[in-house]
Design a protein around this ligand. Sequence first.
Ligand SMILES: Nc1ncnc2c1ncn2[C@@H]1O[C@H](COP(=O)(O)OP(=O)(O)OP(=O)(O)O)[C@@H](O)[C@H]1O
Length: 230
Amino acid sequence: MIQLESVSKRYLTKKALNGISFQIEPGHIIGLIGSNGSGKSTTLKLISGLIRPTRGTVLVDGEIANRRICSKVSYLSELDSYYSFFTVKETVDFYEQTFSDFNRKKAEEMLDFMKLDRNQKVKHLSKGNRGRLKIVAALARDVPYILMDEPLSGLDPMVRQSIVRSLISFIDLEKQTVVLTTHELQEIEPLLDTVILIKNGEILDVKSVEEIRSTENLSLVDWMVKEYGN
Ligand SMILES: Nc1ncnc2c1ncn2[C@@H]1O[C@H](COP(=O)(O)OP(=O)(O)OP(=O)(O)O)[C@@H](O)[C@H]1O
């Protein structure tokens, strides 16, 4: 379980999160949504132990989220952080050497599914294929928690749909919990169980996507616009 208790994060003079609390139970796909600068990436970085809260506690399965939490948490950054001179295969080799939980068989299946050329250099991949490679690297780890920061950002609608399909195929909800941030609400909506809506560093609402659809009769986009307006 992921637990945030009264978590605040300040960067020098800027307050990014203001006393947020929520829990994420295992076996769910959670969307962290909100406008630019609302604190989504900061929240993911705190859960992955890359940064520490100014106040409050962040726990993953009862453990304080610090750098060692990466043995439980796979984190896909919104940045392109690969060695551009590696080939696709060398990138996967690198991940296999770095993480003892890396599932090579799953990575190979995903490379096939995404039709990625193993011999192509990362610097020669299209943006869409770099996005796909990032998904392979994040999802091929056998860890209970997968955090993805903007996995669909900057990709065309066809690539976005193919990535959503691969997420559906390769996330193992018996064993894994996924938290992702996105602005591409329409594409991601079918994938999500629950959304956590953030505004100005505070939690505005936590709601099941099914409830938004059936009780409120709204799409995720319309719901977010409504909640932001309130
Ligand atoms: N390293 C940093 N130093 C200073 N301020 C930062 C830093 N990182 C983030 N911020 C600020 O903290 C606030 C929250 O940023 P964060 O990146 O978490 O938002 P976000 O919801 O992920 O935004 P976006 O949707 O644009 O990616 C923003 O005002 C941002 O400018």
